[in-house]
Design a protein around this ligand. Structure first.
Ligand SMILES: [Zn+2]
Length: 613
């Protein structure tokens, strides 16, 4: 047990590198031009003779008419207006598009989700700069081709606490923070709700290992959120912390605690505060060695819509994670909470290891049924209940006036919950979603023909294409540092070079610090380097051995492939064959980092004349 955080740290190393930069401005994806062709009928049509689950209950066989992206009428006797395209619903079940109540969405997440029937998701931690655009999108009835997002912006945590390790700077609350003003800034950023993190890792490690918010701070944050008219939801992993959050007025918990089963005091507290729970059973299963990720990826009903990137996070396992009874305990807790009348919401916590956007909701529904929810209750937990609890009025139900976010499946999930996987069609704002993961997927760009990346003549971070950024293990909870500057006297008598210096410090088991080159316009976007043979550069330095880490593949969470090089006192040329990077996918190269690693201590190297030949 003691090693779990280290294992987690290692597992997330690659992921956080990707997450870090992906969160910094990658939210503005073009709204799938490839999808336009998939909606020749526009956003008006009818689905005839389908069994309908309206978000709360089955209402029998009915016809649903959609006009201009909105549901116009629902009923057994509804006539289909002349000229409207008709989808045959016989033998099928029509559901509201699913609402995933716990995700971390960046990159392809929202397109991945919608292919699997998730039309709305709630993001629990990320950069707030995209919030205005998210709001505009979800208010539109456009052919966006992706799930809409409601978001917490930055989760609220303590300095150095859980949530600060993902590589983007997170404002945190310390003893001197004016909590009201702090929450005021979050509201100013346009967050939809406030998410607090109460996590010292004691549920996993036995003893507190991370700084976290104090009970008084939790109370103050929740009060400030409520004063600002926002809900406050809480990440906690122990019964005691969860109970305390409820007693402080939390509107909901976004995980079920993992350290012990629910007790009567907790149930009473949840009922008294009308709090809901998003148990995220799928990720708990994954963290207790009982994850279903690979099984979901292999399900023939799901597989055709699963992208390579989704497959990669589904197949990801936490190496050496001990098998525990946490899942069984969590299922029992959810059973007791549900029986007592506490609202349960379906959430995936994608893309944690063993989960993927969209796909995991189908596994989560099955786990909720295992926890004692009737199939209709599990479906409500993924549609009407989260919409109601998060105050989202225009979706989550099939009724006149609702947005036409729809999921049509073969068979009857009201009797067999896994029927949700047999998807016959998904509509977002009334537009049919193209479900082939290859369609509309971003293609890797080719690099410019010129081989030069950077000669650092005038600018420390200058690049002929792509960009450079510092990178350290601080994003994984480490303490290593790096600084960069333009130094005079480059290789071969040139004017300048990139000077990189810093210190490798203990704190993360696999420490690193250095500079990362991203070959595409956006950090971590892939570039096709299969036509290039080697990365060549000039280096000099303190005599240490350094690492070149190549990030590639369909998922930003893939582990980097690493080669080493030496940096001696004199300038020397290093040539690394790209084919020597073990396991690298050269058709999808996302970044190359030049870093110092073990052992701890100060380091300095200069880089010049970087080329991709
Ligand atoms: Zn999460």
């Amino acid at each position: 047990m003691k090693r779990l955080p280290e294992i987690l740290g290692f597992t997330i190393l690659a992921g956080v590198l990707g997450l870090a930069v992906a969160l910094q401005g990658n939210a503005n994806e073009p709204a799938g031009e490839g999808d336009a062709g998939a909606s020749p009928a526009g956003n008006s049509f009818a689905i005839r003779d389908a069994r309908v689950f309206d978000g709360e209950r089955g209402i029998g066989v009915a016809t649903v008419v959609v006009r201009d992206g909105l549901i116009e009428s629902v009923g057994a006797d509804v006539a289909v207006p002349d000229g409207l395209p008709v989808v045959d619903g016989a033998g099928r079940t029509l559901l509201p598009g699913l609402v995933d109540a716990h995700v971390h969405a960046w990159g392809d997440a929202r397109r991945d989700a919608v292919r699997l029937g998730v039309t709305t998701a709630l993001d629990m931690h990320g950069m707030p700069d995209r919030l205005p655009q998210l709001r505009e999108e979800r208010e539109s009835l456009g052919d966006t081709g992706q799930a809409d997002l409601w978001a917490a912006g930055y989760a609220v945590t303590a300095p150095g606490g859980h949530g600060t390790q993902y590589g983007f700077p997170v404002p945190a609350i310390d003893a001197d923070t004016d909590v009201e003003a702090f929450i005021g800034e979050r509201l100013e950023e346009g967050v939809d709700f406030i998410k607090l993190i109460v996590e010292d890792m004691s549920a996993y490690q036995g003893a507190p290992a991370l700084p976290t918010l104090t009970p008084n701070q939790v109370t103050a944050v929740i009060a400030a959120a409520h004063a600002g008219g926002r809900m406050a939801v809480v990440h906690a992993s122990t019964l005691a912390d969860s109970r305390q959050a409820l007693d402080a007025g939390a509107d909901g918990l976004v995980h079920i605690f993992a350290d012990r089963p629910v007790d009567q005091g907790f149930i009473e507290s949840a009922l008294a505060g009308d709090a809901f729970v998003v148990p995220t059973l799928s990720v708990l299963a994954s963290f207790s060695g009982a994850g279903e990720g690979s099984g979901l990826a292999a399900d023939p009903r799901l597989a055709p819509a699963v992208s390579a990137g989704q497959r990669a996070t589904l197949d990801a396992v936490i190496p050496g994670v001990p098998r525990s009874d946490r899942l069984g305990q969590a299922l029992a807790s959810v059973r007791a909470l549900h029986a007592a009348g506490v609202d349960i919401l379906a959430g995936s916590d994608a893309p944690n290891p063993g989960t993927a956007h969209g796909v995991t909701m189908h596994g989560e529904l099955e786990l909720l049924v295992r926890a004692g929810l009737e199939p209709a209750e599990a479906l409500a937990a993924a549609t009407a209940v989260p919409a109601r609890r998060f105050g989202i009025a225009d979706r989550g139900r099939i009724a006149p006036g609702m947005r036409a976010d729809l999921l049509l499946v073969e068979g009857d999930p009201l009797s067999d919950i896994t029927a949700t996987r047999a998807i016959a069609g998904v509509w977002k704002n009334g537009y049919r979603i193209q479900r082939d993961p290859a369609a509309g997927a971003p293609q890797a760009q080719l690099p410019p023909e010129d081989t030069l990346v950077s000669d650092f003549e005038a600018d420390a971070l200058g690049a002929a294409f792509g960009s450079w950024q510092p990178t350290t293990d601080q994003m994984a909870g480490g303490a290593s540092t790096v600084a960069h500057r333009l130094v005079e006297g480059g290789a071969g008598g040139s004017g300048g070079a990139l000077g990189v210096s810093g210190e490798i410090r203990p704190g993360f088991p696999f420490p690193w610090a250095g500079m990362m080159f991203f070959p595409a316009a956006e950090p971590m976007q892939p570039v096709d380097l299969s036509g290039r043979a080697e990365v060549v550069f000039q280096v000099r330095g303190d005599g240490r051995s350094y690492n070149a880490m190549l990030f590639s593949g369909p998922s930003v969470q893939s582990m980097p492939a690493t080669l080493t090089f030496q940096a001696g006192a004199e300038w020397s040329e290093v040539r690394l064959a790209l084919s020597d990077f073990p396991g690298a996918d050269l058709s999808l190269v996302r970044g190359i980092a030049f870093t110092a690693g073990q052992p701890p201590g100060a380091f300095e190297f200069h880089l010049d004349q970087v080329e991709l030949r």
